[in-house]
Design a protein around this ligand. Structure first.
Ligand code: FEO
Length: 161
């Protein structure tokens, strides 16, 4: 059985993943309001991924004979100054997620909790991908430099996610 402290942190991360999805839904809502349906689709798919991440924590908590406790979800931003700003905030958010996963891993290692260490490995790998995805998009958006034609074409591309 995992320690109470570790269970509490796993539960906090379950809730943080749900809140992450809500932040991405706010970004989707902004992009859709700006008629960028492809960007909106990308963010809403991201929100679904976050729900998937949350459910991995949820299931794991029960697998180790603990339980999930739902917390309040903070109100996300609904407006951004630009698409670039939204994606930059997404990357910054993923960096926070990564540091939280690392902190969880440190705790699991401190406690020699091998099951949790094994469970968290998937997230360590996933975070490399998540950060990389947003870094790539930011590089393209910087190249587009707010020009309509570039944004229009890139919106179509991200809509294929
Ligand atoms: Fe669940 Fe995007 O980290």
């Amino acid at each position: 059985m995992a320690s109470e402290k570790l269970i509490k942190e796993l539960n906090n991360q379950y809730n943080f993943e749900i809140a992450s999805g809500y932040i991405y839904l706010g970004m989707a809502a902004y992009c859709k309001a700006e008629n960028m349906n492809g960007f909106a689709h990308f963010f809403s798919e991201q929100a679904k991924e976050e729900y998937g991440h949350a459910m991995k924590f949820y299931e794991f908590l029960y697998d180790i004979d603990a339980r999930a406790n739902l917390q309040a979800i903070p109100v996300p931003k609904n407006e951004y100054a630009s698409f670039l700003e939204a994606f930059e905030e997404a990357l910054n958010h993923e960096k926070v997620v990564t540091s939280r996963i690392y902190a969880l891993m440190d705790l699991a290692k401190e406690e020699n909790d091998y099951a949790t260490i094994e469970f968290l490995q998937w997230f360590v790998k996933e975070q490399v991908e998540e950060e990389n995805t947003f870094r790539d998009i930011i590089a393209v958006l910087k190249g587009i430099d707010g020009k309509f034609t570039g944004l229009y074409l890139y919106d179509k591309e991200l809509g294929k996610r």
